[in-house]
Design a protein around this ligand. Structure first.
Ligand code: SF4
Ligand code: SF4
Length: 286
């Protein structure tokens, strides 16, 4: 690995970035202009994906059904808007100190429509939303699991991402080859609203994955730890604390598929589940 990349990754570790992937811009060749990194920064040579974990303990209050704000702060708003943003800007300033322009990008759902007029006919209307989750796949650190969320070999679904678009010539991370999701369907079985059904294939930068067809209307009314999209009504709900994804965390750790599992099982008691009619029941341990 070249010296710039080696020093950059060392600095990222120092700044407590838990996951870092580097995608050359060529891996975005199939992305249309209204979602393409080069529409934001035309000289982009490299897309850096920066991830910070959701600590497993942050999911505990949701798992027990006794403390929902803990996740709302340390797993959601404070994590993305404070802790992760601070790490992302630290990495961007490190690159600019070495004279490489670096544009930090937050994780906003690409389903959010443009909110302005194009400044030239050849340019897409603002705001261009880059798919940060797909970028994590393009950067070689993740896949999309059957549940529809990003999974990494270190934390499964337990992290959030931001991007840095840069003209720095950083060495690419190879695409992830070993699957994280083993298609166990624990996510689908645990969903009290039956929102994960069937299957379809999804290909990103040549990597093909099997994912569920998701009934997003069910996820939008889910009361099992899902949260509304705080950025725009068109955005998908946040499901990283929902029962489906917590079941995935438990499964991946129990199956020994994560590099950063903990020493005790995540699911220590039967999980609670709220049906569409509001009734709460306990699920069987799997
Ligand atoms: S968010 Fe709720 S409704 Fe959607 S898949 Fe997960 S558990 Fe089911
Ligand atoms: S619970 Fe199983 S099938 Fe669902 S995303 Fe996780 S590993 Fe894949």
């Amino acid at each position: 690995m070249d010296q710039l990349t080696c020093e950059f990754l060392g600095f990222a570790k120092e700044k407590r970035a838990d996951v870092v992937g580097i995608a050359p811009i060529e891996r975005f060749a199939d992305v249309p202009p209204d979602h393409h990194p080069a529409s934001v920064f035309p000289e982009t040579r490299t897309v850096v994906v920066v991830g910070k974990r959701i600590t497993r303990g942050t999911l505990r209050g949701l798992e027990e059904g006794t403390q929902f704000d803990l996740y709302g702060q340390f797993g959601f708003s404070w994590l993305k808007d404070r802790a992760l943003a601070i790490t992302t800007i630290a990495l961007a300033t490190w690159l600019e100190d070495r004279r490489w322009e670096s544009c930090p990008i937050q994780d906003l759902d690409p389903a959010i429509p443009p909110s302005g007029v194009a400044v030239q006919p050849s340019r897409p209307a603002p705001n261009v939303m880059i798919d940060v989750r797909q970028a994590a796949v393009r950067a070689g650190i993740a896949e999309i699991g059957y549940c529809g969320e990003v999974l990494t070999p270190w934390f499964g679904p337990r992290q959030r991402f931001q991007l840095i678009l840069t003209d720095a010539p950083l060495a690419p991370t190879p695409m992830l080859e070993e699957p994280v999701c083993d298609q166990c369907r624990a996510c689908a079985r645990s969903c009290p609203l039956g929102a994960l059904r069937g299957e379809r294939t999804l290909t990103i930068a040549g990597k093909t994955m099997t994912v569920a067809d998701i009934d997003w209307s069910a996820c939008r009314r889910c009361q099992n730890g899902a949260r509304p999209n705080g950025d725009h009504p068109a955005g998908k709900p946040d499901r990283l604390g929902a029962l489906c994804v917590r079941s995935c965390v438990h499964h991946l750790e129990e199956a020994g598929r994560l590099k950063k599992g903990l020493s005790t099982p995540f699911r220590k008691r039967p999980a609670w589940a709220r049906d569409s009619d509001g009734a709460i029941r306990l699920q069987e341990m799997s």
